[in-house]
Design a protein around this ligand. Structure first.
Ligand code: MTE
Ligand code: MO
Length: 202
């Protein structure tokens, strides 16, 4: 048995317990890289809102005060970017999507997460419920920095990091799957790092 991941032998050895947490083709980075398609949007909290629309009888919108009144959680996750970096034990605070979607009645199977700046990414409802996804507003005990998606980003750590939409402003409930920004440009519709679902056809 080898504890060395692909693309990993060239780099320094990693503790075997940590190595088990690194999906194939990934390597650890010490810093927290910033990867954004466009400029960083800056939005005052008083102008921020979060909408749930699409396949829902009565669309809803929460403002910042409504959002922060929801129960929140502190949690630690590993993240994996499709460009091959991974980072372990990242500490966040946020609201579980289970909390947000608790009383939403819908026939939807998927959502499109949409953000300030026009970024969007598709997710199966199954992938964002069951304690697997959050709306994160704090990282490392500090308010989430704009470069990393503040005031609020989606966090879906069990999928490649492009699914974790920065500057997220809402979810459009859909009765089927549709590609978002990167998914239209060659990335896999689902993006499970343990299955190496990086690109179309993986
Ligand atoms: N709105 C928005 N969200 C985004 C992106 C983006 O360009 N715009 N990039 C995605 C990609 S490809 C990655 S790897 C992560 C990077 O997050 P970071 O800049 O906090 O490391 O955000 C994801 N979410
Ligand atoms: Mo990415």
């Amino acid at each position: 048995m080898s504890i060395v991941n692909r693309g990993f032998g060239r780099r320094r050895a990693v503790d075997p317990e940590l190595a088990k947490r690194i999906p194939p083709g990934q390597h650890l980075v010490p810093d927290f890289p910033v990867l954004s398609v466009g400029p960083t949007p800056r939005r005052e909290l008083r102008d921020w809102s979060f909408s749930i629309n699409g396949e829902i009888d009565v669309p809803r919108t929460l403002n910042w005060v409504d959002f922060r009144a929801l129960p929140s959680e502190t949690f630690t996750t590993d993240i994996h970017c499709v460009t091959s970096w991974s980072k372990l034990d990242m500490q966040w605070e946020g609201v579980s999507l289970d909390t947000l979607l608790e009383d939403v009645e819908t026939e939807a199977t998927h959502v499109m997460a949409f953000s300030d700046g026009g970024y969007e990414t598709n997710l199966a409802l199954e992938d964002i419920t069951g304690a697997k996804a959050w709306l994160a507003y704090s990282f490392g005990g500090e308010p989430l920095e704009p470069e990393h998606g503040g005031p609020v980003r989606l966090l879906v750590p069990h999928l490649y990091f492009w699914k974790s939409a920065k500057w997220v402003r809402g979810l459009r409930l859909m009765d089927g799957d549709e590609p978002g920004f990167w998914e239209r440009n060659g990335y896999h519709l689902r993006g499970d790092p343990w299955q190496e679902e990086r690109y179309w056809g993986d």
